[in-house]
Ligand binder design. Structure first.
Ligand code: ADP
Ligand code: MG
Length: 679
């Protein structure tokens, strides 16, 4: 079996599974074996029921003492049963899984795993997962890979497919010489791929992961070099002139710009007046006020007779920008248009025509649409917001844009300058290093789940005074890992404990786009009080009356991402609160989270994160979405980024082309699916 074969070649994968895997972008054997784990799981030993404590993840064994009961409470169906061993008994509860009442049989022996909670003075295990003896004992004391899934494919079956594919696939020869790997303590590629899925130990998993990260950076930097090789010198353009229109806008804003905003605006203005093409990265912490800079640049570009566009990584953010830009720019006679995935076909056609004939001056949209069939009459400036959420491929395509018009990319990722220079090697960098004055500092706390009741009290109080709340969970639906809260499960639980007057809704990336927009728009209008969400809300959303954000299982996120999340509150002048709730986790992890307590500064946090994490930490921090590398993490894999950069620097453009010819499996566009943005 070869890398390029369709997944159907793998034993056990039929037509039905092939389709399901297709939804995850897995069509070939190569794509299957590079569907790397997002995390690892390991089962703990069995605990006596008499010794279980609230807040922990336990495996218990015993038999069911009486027939399970089933009852309804509001929209909830609750199944209860009691499991008993020789040391005690515990209540089991399943929400909205009525079939459990039939599955569970009185008198039968079970192994169950779940999280212990204390409810009305009684210990319960909520949503326990049932294991067969064999299943459980085979997973004991090993690191089990946890994969990104789609419904219809369980983690267990994914493990099996990958295991079989790894066993039967013939690997391509490693493109890195053995000597180079030895010198730099890198695994060979085949070993890395095998061991990242099925590591012998934690250390083994880390080493395997490092090599995978190396490959991803290496290929990215090669592709970038290829492109840069084509147009190395700065190209000329007409110089823009300043008529003062932007000063008028600045004076009409309800606030005065910070010094940092003014400085960055001047950088951009100078670029556009210079007679050369601008390619500039604008970096600035969440809430530093980057949107208004985009607005100014677009108005300046318009005033010089050009169309402009701004792309956002999510529809939700595109819509928000559209509303803001059109309201502010109306009095300048600027026509703003919106193009996203949920624009109807007929409206799209109309919009294309209006863009082509120049009726529309500024187009706001998601990336894909702006790239596709849109023909501009005279595009002068392209802005990309939240650049770090776009895929690596898109990042590469973007740098090609520079030869047609001015381009600005905006990012809140506080990457250290040395790394930024590698990844954005072809761009000038400006930093908005100041947060607008007058905002009360956020109140942060890092707490265990025993604080949940107090947190709910705070939320109720805030909602009753007209404010709103975000609760973030790491998962969409309840899955194999009982340690992780899911949006769906959590929403159900929350509704059962919150007063009736509090309006609660769920939001996650698997919902249809229209549903997502509807929920966000209800939340923006204040018609939802508590939004339980995955990190889809991480980027850009600006709801000024949101004052509380609580992140469940915060130990599972990178600090930089938590910092982004906390940027959703405290955007206006109300006091805001960030609650980082952690599950059962080690001291080091809690110490890491506490960095968030000490500072509200994104750059400081990223550098502390990097310092504390060191090269050895990988569990749960990868896939934080930064820069959208599929696997690599620019912070914790910074060493690999540097190493790969050294090697790429030493190659000539001809050698790069040669590399892609000899390794067609890595051909550009093949190694990363950039579409997968925003979860
Ligand atoms: P980000 O940099 O995260 O994209 P935004 O541009 O969305 O931040 O700005 C966050 C909030 O701060 C917005 O509500 C915006 O209107 C406001 N804002 C921007 N600049 C200033 C300023 N100089 N003074 C006060 N508020 C500002
Ligand atoms: Mg923004």
């Amino acid at each position: 079996m070869y890398w390029d074969d369709k997944v159907k070649a793998v034993k056990g994968i039929g037509e039905k599974t092939e389709k399901l895997l297709g939804k995850l972008g897995i069509e070939t054997v190569g794509q299957l074996v590079t569907h790397f784990p997002r995390d690892y799981d390991s089962y703990t030993g069995i605990t006596d029921i008499g010794r279980i404590v609230p807040g922990t993840d336990v495996v218990v064994e015993g038999s069911i003492v009486s027939r399970p009961t089933i009852k309804k409470h509001r929209q909830l169906t609750i199944v209860n049963a009691v499991l008993k061993d020789s040391t005690g008994s515990v209540l089991l509860t399943w929400f909205n899984m009525p079939y459990m009442a039939r599955t569970i049989k009185t008198g039968v022996y079970y192994i169950m795993r779940g999280k212990v909670a204390l409810k009305q003075g009684r210990l319960v295990i909520e949503q326990p997962v049932i294991y067969s003896k064999q299943e459980y004992y085979s997973g004991l004391n090993v690191l089990l890979p946890v994969y990104r899934l789609t419904s219809g494919v369980t983690n267990n079956s994914m493990r099996k497919y990958i295991q079989l594919a790894l066993r039967d696939t013939k690997f391509e020869q490693d493109y890195l010489p053995a000597a180079y790997c030895r010198e730099n303590s890198l695994y060979r590629r085949e070993k890395a791929i095998k061991h990242v899925h099925f590591p012998d130990s934690r250390d083994d998993a880390i080493k395997a992961g490092k090599r995978i990260a190396y490959d991803e950076f290496f290929l990215f930097l090669l592709a970038l070099k290829c492109l840069k090789g084509q147009s190395d010198s700065k190209e000329c353009r007409d110089s823009y002139v300043d008529t003062g229109i932007c000063d008028r806008l600045i004076n009409s804003l309800p606030y005065s710009l910070t010094n940092a905003q003014l400085r960055v605006w001047n950088d951009m203005k100078k670029d556009m007046m210079s007679g050369y093409i601008m390619t500039r990265l604008v970096q600035g912490d969440v809430g530093s006020g980057k949107t208004v800079l985009a607005l100014l640049a677009l108005l300046f570009n318009y005033d010089n007779g050009y169309q402009g566009s701004i792309m956002a990584p999510t529809e939700v953010l595109a819509l928000q920008h559209y509303e803001y830009f059109s309201s502010v720019l109306e009095e300048y006679g600027v026509k703003v248009g919106l193009l996203t995935g949920s624009t109807t076909a007929a409206n799209k056609r109309k919009m294309y025509a209006r863009i082509e004939n120049g009726e529309i001056d500024i187009i706001v949209g998601t990336h894909a649409l702006i790239q596709e069939k849109v023909h501009y009459r005279n595009l002068g400036l392209v802005i990309t917001d939240e650049q770090h959420r776009f895929g690596v491929n898109q990042r590469i395509q973007l740098s090609q844009k520079g030869d047609k018009c001015h381009s600005v990319v905006m990012s809140a990722t506080p990457i250290p300058r040395t790394l930024a220079m590698i990844i954005y090697g072809d761009m000038d960098i400006s930093v908005v290093d100041e947060i607008p004055a007058g905002r009360p500092p956020k109140k942060n706390c890092v707490v265990g789940t025993n604080f949940r009741d107090a947190a709910y009290k705070l939320m109720i109080q805030e909602v009753n005074s007209g404010n709103q709340v975000y609760i973030i969970c790491p998962m969409v639906e309840d899955g194999d890992n009982v340690n992780l809260e899911s949006v769906e499960g959590y929403t159900v639980k929350l509704k059962s404990v919150m007063p009736d007057n509090i309006r609660i809704a769920a939001l996650h990336g698997k919902m249809p786009a229209a549903k997502k927009s509807e929920i966000i728009s209800l939340f923006s209008k204040g018609e939802i009080d508590i939004l339980v969400s995955t990190t889809v809300i991480e980027v850009g959303i600006n709801v000024l009356s949101a004052t509380v954000i609580m992140v469940e299982n915060s130990e599972r996120f990178g600090l930089a991402q938590l910092h982004q999340l906390r940027g959703r509150v405290g955007r206006g002048n109300r006091q805001s609160y960030c609650i980082f709730m952690h599950g059962d986790t080690g001291k080091d992890n809690i110490k890491r989270l506490e960095i968030l307590n000490n500072s509200n500064d994104g750059f400081y946090i990223a550098s502390e994160d990097l310092r504390l994490r060191g090269p050895g930490d990988m569990f749960g921090f990868r896939q934080s979405g930064e820069m959208s590398f599929k696997y690599a993490d620019i912070y914790s894999d910074a060493d690999m980024l540097m190493l790969a950069n050294e090697r790429v620097k030493g190659m000539s453009v001809d050698e790069v082309h040669e590399f892609f010819e000899q390794n067609p499996q890595f051909a550009f566009g093949n190694f990363e699916n950039g579409e997968n943005v925003g979860l």
